[in-house]
Design a protein around this ligand. Sequence first.
Ligand code: ATP
Ligand code: MG
Length: 418
Amino acid sequence: MRQSQLFTKTRRNAPTDEVAKNAQLLIRAGYIHKEMAGVYSYLPLGLRVIKKIESVIRNEIEKIGGIELLLPSFHPKENWEKTGRWNSMDDLYKVTDSSKREVALGPTHEEIITPLAKEFISSYKDLPAALYQFQTKFRMELRSKSGILRGREFIMKDLYSFHRDQKDLDRFYEKAKSAYTEIFKKIGIGEKTFLTFASGGSFSKYSHEFQTLTGAGEDTIYVDQKRGLAVNKEVYTDALLKELGLKKGDLVEEKAIEVGNIFNLGSKFSKPFGLTYKNEAGEETPVLMGCYGIGLGRVMGTVVEVLGDEKGIVWPESIAPFQIHLISLGEKGSAIEKSAEELYVGLTKNDVSVLFDDRDLRAGEKFADADLIGIPYRLVLGKETHKEGRVELKKRTEEKTSLHTKEELISRFTKIHV
Ligand code: ATP
Ligand code: MG
């Protein structure tokens, strides 16, 4: 894509009311736009990152047997009354229409997926099942000061699994845990993300959170680096440490953000909706459920918090909006510009994604924008290198540069992305 046609522009300053680093950088670079506290638009660059994150997650979830669907945001009040959460859930948005009918704006989807599953699950032969979606959630978050880490409207991948017994649920739960570990590794925050024991499992002693270490996080966890495990401060008890074989002396207190959560729901939702199946003996038995969430915006914001530097955003290749930022320092109609144009065409023809800075701006401004936007590789065509028929290559994470011919670059990047 040509930067002259990107629609968005970078800006020198973030809005003064925006305190979170992730939102400041993402707004300045033109990835998102703030509409009100906790509500953001995803602009063309931002949407490309969201789609990349979505694709990493989808690949891993499909590998463990997840089947994708799309559930609605408007939820019948009766479903939420059935589980008691119409009144007990503080952050539930309730909407009334002109005929006084009340509906909920879905903050999560157990109240939809469970009665839906009842339509299709009746026998042990229909189990197990795992359904997931990428969908917008609404939550009345009162503390929306963390940029896209905590939205009042945000996109979540939510997966729900259905099982005949605890053993089968445990088996899938472990697979989901491994899939999550793989997802965060692929997204580039694996080293800083810890499987964390937390309270809240309905039918197990605890749930598992995936917590990424960052000062921007709102949770406090105790990390055992060697074992790659952590415990949330809210559940930190001597009994739990003993159970997990963790020693106080090995634990370090850290600030972290929950990027994913997996839950053993047991029959908490299948009971109120009467979701049962007939076992081999013909007996009606409650279906057991698990649920597994990841916030896409939260993951995107976390990457910015964790990997960003004083110059701007640093995207891992797996989720970068483009692989290459190609910068032409030639004036309109110059041989340099023509050469940059050729390289742009050569790369894009080979399916390498390129943001081509063809704007009429000074070199310093283009470089500063490239650092702010954070694309992994920068290619520059300037006067000096042009004389030798070379293009300068630099990684966003490194200072050193190297010179290459256009043909070398086309073949190198084509190979990486086949
Ligand atoms: P938190 O304790 O941070 O509020 P939660 O326990 O409410 O999180 P879940 O209900 O388990 O979160 O949601 C699953 C995932 O959705 C979380 O792990 C997180 O990645 C994401 N998420 C939750 N709330 C938000 C939010 N307000 N904005 C963006 N992402 C969110
Ligand atoms: Mg919450």
